[in-house]
Ligand binder design. Sequence first.
Ligand code: KG4
Ligand code: ZN
Length: 341
Amino acid sequence: MPTGKSSVILGIESSCDETAAAVLVDGVVRSNSIAGQDVHRLWGGVVPELASRAHQEHIVPVVHDALTAAGVRKEDLSAVAFTQGPGLVGALLVGTCFARSFAQALEIPLVAVDHLKAHVLAHFIHDVSGERTVPTFPFINLTVSGGHTLLILVRSPLDMEVLGGTLDDAAGEAFDKGAKMLGLPYPGGPLVDQHAATVDPSRYKLPVPQVAGLDMSFSGTKTAFRTIVMNGERNSPGFVQRELQHLCASLQQSIVDILLRKLAKAARTHGIDRIGISGGVSANSALRTQVQALADREGWQAHIPPFAYCTDNAAMIAMAGHYLHAKGIHAGLDTVPMPRH
Ligand code: KG4
Ligand code: ZN
């Protein structure tokens, strides 16, 4: 059990379709509980109203589970950190209201966390099982999730500058929409990764978008992919089923190429030799391998969080809460969700 001097942070995440809670003691993860929401699979995407209802059902058991697994009592907590945004407003409201009430009842500080900054801080999560090399500052991070694709210059845990981002779809959205064209269920990203695993990605060529600076675009890739799928199926019924692996590999490689090119450009432009990836799409095996290969080629250091901290989780929210709480940056009990930046 933590002593009176420890920093014991409960983190709560409810921005999309995962209800999650985690406990961090002096910056070390003691528990990381998560309840997913299979209900969205039926609809081919996240249905906001269903997400809010599922969060309401899950939040009490998930928080209970996180506290129990950490061996921490409510009275031991130093602060409650929660995702304030961006995300779905109804989903965020559940976590926000729960965190506000919890902090008020326990008379402890409330900490409002930006979900995207938390994805970056996933690099600093340590668990009791062992050591990890964390990035030194400054470093360039590529945050790639279902809703966002951002290149960020990270100067310190609380000082981040956005250098570029997607002009249209997020990388995860491009994976999921491409997967949907192939008849794969939501979220299709991990399935594309699996189907692509063993084949050469060069059979179907997708265009390389010409976007200035450090911004990115995935809409051309998506349109070209749709054309290949539709023409293939029209000319030869059963095409998608026969070519599933190659189609997945081409889609994946084209998205990874766009991401890698801009990540490398950001590092070179800013003269920084430390790069990182985080967010759900950083679970992608091709992206992980190729970011590491890029770093090896260039003599850079690559930082890639363990899988559990790539996709949405509450350990990263607690980690961000840990840094904010240490600086005395707290939120009022009247804090409301911020669905958009
Ligand atoms: O960060 P995250 O869990 O939630 C958001 O904040 O959006 O990211 C979810 C996204 C989804 O689009 C999902 O398809 C994608 O991450 N994703 C992957 C993989 N695992 C998750 N995309 C490609 N390959 C994967 N292995
Ligand atoms: Zn996320």
